[in-house]
Every structure is written in C-alpha cells, then in structure tokens.
Write a protein that binds this ligand. Structure first.
Ligand SMILES: [Zn+2]
Length: 429
C-alpha cells in the first residue's frame, strides 16, 4: 500500500454477535458480494446479537439492503475518530498481512470470556500466536499467554473437551484453592488459538483474563480489539438466566411432554424482545438457545460483569419421592431470593417482591410468596441482588395451561420487564 494513502485515524468496524452462526451468515453474505476493496462497516456502540431472532435480522438486513445497513451504521458513528492515545487500559493489536483484504468480524462468546476474530486472508498459516500483541496499562505481552488458572468449565471449553461433570466438586474445589491467593493475570489475553475457519478465513479464538466488552477497530496497518470493562461501558447491567438447557431438561409436565428447559427459553425470548426495544439497561443472557450450561458459568457471568441484578427463570414441579402423587394438588408462582444481599439500595428480597407482585397481578396464579433461597447455588454465589422465580407448576394442569398460553406468557414477560425497570429506577433514587 502506498504510504500516502494511509489514514491516521482508526476506523471502528463490524457488528458483533455471540453466535458462530451469526459470523458465518455475515461472512457469507458480505463476502459473497465480493467487494475486494476495503469494506468498513461502522458499528453502533457494541451490540451483542445473540438470539435466533437477531441472527435472522442481521442476515436479512445485510442480504436485502447491504448499503442501507452500512449507511445507518455510518450515521450512528459519524465523526467518530478512534484515538490510539485514548485506548482503554487493555487492548489487543494484530498487524495486518499483505495477503488479507480488509474484511474482518468479531463475535463475542461472553459466557466463556472468549472472542472470535475472523479475518479473510487468502494465504494459509500466515498468522501465529506472535501475531497477537496485548497491552495493559503498563505492559506489553507477546507470545504464548502464561499463568492463567481456568475454572473447569472454561478449561473444557478452551480444550474443546467433553464437559466436566456437574457434580465434579473436586475439580471446582481444586480450582478455588489454586486460585485463592493468585493475582489475576496482568495479560488481558489468557489463551490464544488460531484456526482456519474455511479456505479464506483465519479465526483467532481469544480467551480473556476477565469479562470485557470487545470492540474491533482498524487502520491501514493493524486490527485493534479494544477491551473495556462492562461497567465502564454500561451503567446498568442485568443478567437473565434461563434455567437448564441442552442435556438438562429441568422438570416436566405430568405427561412428560413439556420440558422446563423449553418453556423457560420461550419465555426468555419474550423478555429479550422487550429489552431489545430499549437501550437504558444492558442485558446479558446466560443462554438464548437450547444449550447446556453449568451453574458455575451462570454465576461467573453475573459476577464477572459486576451486574446490578440477577434473575433466574424457572418453572416448578410437584413430586413426592417414592409415593403416588396428585400432581394437581399444588400450583402457583413463587420467588426465591438471596438473603445475604440485603444492604444494597434495592435488596434481593425487594427485587424478588417487585417481580412476584407484578407477575401475580397479571397471571392471577396463586401467589406462593417470597422465599429465602440462598441455598440455591445460583442465588448463594452471586454478589448482587438476585432472585429465582418459579413461574407456575408444570405438573399442575391449570398452571400448565397458563404456561403454554402465548398471550398470558407475553403479559407475564411484560410484567417481569416492568418490575425490573422499576427495580433499576429504585436503585438510582
Ligand atoms: Zn428449574
């Protein structure tokens, strides 16, 4: 490249998504356009497109109206100049190769503190670990990251291994012991993997030492991933945990046809549709598909984000071990909270009460009350006001009707949404 063509300022590029599928779709649609000249998509402040719906939107938008999308993004970021001097404390620099043609994407797998950076590059095996240069406030890091201890679920994720057993207490005990007196690694990147994604695309899999909000920028020489802490980007952060998933079906209806993991997911997508319409509260979801997650992953996300509130969504069941049961004997909605978090502006109990009252006012189910629940793993280990709601009993035929009623569940999602907005409001006062 001619040096006089080089631009001094950095350009912010790409939309980001959490799913591998998002990237695949974006790539196939943008790349199929085959614009060889540098394509810069100006991104709005980082948005995580992480639901099935969002993937579809992204896909359709780009495929149907590529230029309109780029235009909209450009408008959103007009006048934006990235100043290298004003880089955050932590960031990553990846020098461009002559063989790459300026198309790159990042996607964020935040449950695993991992980012995929995909660069279209015709040459194979050009990049290595030494291509990834990391900075924190005072130091520069090159080569293989060292000195990081990963929790078992993250270790398994990085190694692409079979998951550790949910009951593998020993592995977690060992991790806690090893990690107790250990300072966090100063290198923001804790693990680097480089893969050939398809014949034209090199994929960097970067796992970080902490949870960040990653943003991708470029100038003519380098790609830059800026790593800001979530609380430095978003004033209000909520974690919505959709219980169970994948091989963990949760509870089920009396006829064993309806699984909790599915009803909870459906409800979560309704909540997401509501939160997507606002940008005051940033919401992270533990899952938005039928995937298995460890309890530890769920709390590490909430604690790692320093979230303001944590809400776990479930449906209940009624069984008595070893004896025949009248499934219909018990019904209603209850909510559990973490008694240990009570000195915050809005306590766990207040947070839980707001949600339960709001649900019961629209669903007209039996109000089973606000119950102390710090014995629940996810409630007992989160550092912020937390609640776990059991919306109705799948085992009760009347509750099941409500849970399967689309209108009623939409109203219920609106009730939960309003209660959460209210909790944030009270948190500010
Ligand atoms: Zn459950």
């Amino acid at each position: 490249m001619n040096s006089k063509d080089k631009k001094k300022e950095l350009r912010k590029i790409t939309a980001a998504g959490v799913s591998i599928m998002t990237v695949a779709l974006l790539f196939s649609s943008i790349f199929s356009g085959n614009k060889v000249e540098r394509t810069t998509l100006w991104a709005k402040p980082f948005e995580v497109h992480d639901s099935i719906a969002a993937i579809d939107e992204t896909h359709i938008e780009i495929e149907n109206d590529d230029t309109a999308l780029a235009g909209e993004f450009e408008k959103a970021e007009a006048g934006f100049v990235f100043d290298r001097e004003k880089m955050p404390e932590n960031y990553v620099v990846i020098p461009k190769q002559d063989s790459e043609d300026g198309l790159a994407m990042i996607s964020d797998e935040y449950n695993y503190r991992t980012v995929y950076l995909d660069i279209r590059d015709k040459s194979k095996n050009f990049y290595s670990t030494s291509s990834v240069v990391r900075y924190n406030k005072s130091e520069k890091f090159t080569g293989e990251p060292v000195g990081q201890v990963f929790p078992p679920y993250l270790m398994a994720f990085i190694n692409g291994e079979a998951e550790p057993s949910e009951n593998d207490r020993e592995a977690y005990d060992k991790y806690e012991k090893e990690n107790k007196n250990q300072d966090e690694s100063p290198d923001p990147v804790a693990n680097i993997k480089i893969e050939r994604k398809d014949k034209d695309v090199t994929r960097f899999v970067l796992t970080f030492n902490r949870l960040y909000v990653p943003e991708l920028f470029e100038d003519d020489d380098n790609y830059y991933i800026s790593l800001r802490r979530p609380k430095d980007v978003y004033k209000k952060i909520l974690v919505i945990d959709l219980g169970h998933g994948g091989k963990d079906a949760g509870t089920f209806s009396g006829d064993s046809k309806v699984y909790e993991k599915d009803t909870v997911l459906k409800f979560g997508l309704k909540l997401k549709a509501l939160f997507d319409k606002q940008d005051d509260i940033k919401v992270y979801y533990t899952r938005l598909t039928d995937t298995f997650l460890y309890r530890r992953t769920r709390i590490d996300l909430a604690n790692g984000l320093d979230a303001d509130f944590f809400l776990s969504i479930h449906n209940n069941n009624y069984t008595v071990m070893g004896s025949p049961v009248d499934f219909n004997a018990v019904r209603g909605t209850e909510i559990h909270y973490n008694e240990k978090i009570k000195d915050t502006k809005v306590s766990s109990k207040q947070f839980a009460s707001l949600i339960l009252e709001s649900i019961c006012s629209v669903l007209k189910t039996k109000n089973r009350g606000v119950v102390e629940g710090s014995g629940y793993y996810v409630l007992g280990h989160t550092n912020m006001p937390s609640a776990l709601v059991e919306i109705g009993y799948l085992t009760n035929k009347d509750d099941l009707k409500i849970i399967q009623n689309n209108k009623k569940m939409t109203a219920c999602a609106e009730a939960v949404y309003k209660a959460i907005v209210q909790a944030f409001k009270e948190n500010e006062e």
